[in-house]
Ligand binder design. Sequence first.
Ligand code: 13P
Length: 248
Amino acid sequence: MARQFFVGGNFKANGTKKQVTQIIDNLNSQELPKEVEVVIAPPSLYIDLAVKENKQPTVQVGAQNVFNKPPGAYTGELTAEQILDVGATWTLTGHSERRTIIKESDEFIAEKTKYALDNGLKVILCIGETLDERKSDVTLQVCARQLDAVSKIVSDWKNIVVAYEPVWAIGTGLAATPDDAQETHKGIREHLAKTIGKEQAEATRILYGGSVNGKNAPDFRDKADIDGFLVGGASLKPEFVDIIKSRL
Ligand code: 13P
């Protein structure tokens, strides 16, 4: 089954109003392939700006994080309703920087994912192992545990894209090799087949993230279970467009 190639750009806590505008202006000025789905996730303060600036029909805007409850007395949080209100359609959940730095639990991430989906957002669910976990050979167990927290409470996965981002590859310049990434993606899909069913597992896109750039993106093109990328640093640069075009 053909899964649509997907490229996400996670700006993290980078950029100013001016820089976010420049990044989007650059995307607007390009001829982007119609067959590639693109989502950019600027810092939450600039989501509104990004939605207004974006002129590309294949580019959608997302948040980097979302809360697990409706609007209310939750100081500092951002709700699914508010993200949708400003015209964004996606959110990330479970990014490793939130799992490790902010100490978000698998269960909290699963609740956010469910709440976002139930309220009409699409979700890029991030999973991945740390270097210690990789060395201990528990990569797939870690990914399975992170996925299971979600599959326990979410049965319909049509609006979920999974992003496999090994923590040791994020921001280090040391991307996983295409073979290693493919092996893990295959394991993730096999695990999903057992938990959400073969049909949904086959349809779910699994992105690779971690030091993807304009140069190495084409190296992943022949990997059967790699359906796109979640890009950090390089999404702030003009080479993001090369990544979007890397499967042409
Ligand atoms: P880098 O592309 O900067 O390694 O970041 C990856 C990432 O964390 C995207 O969510």
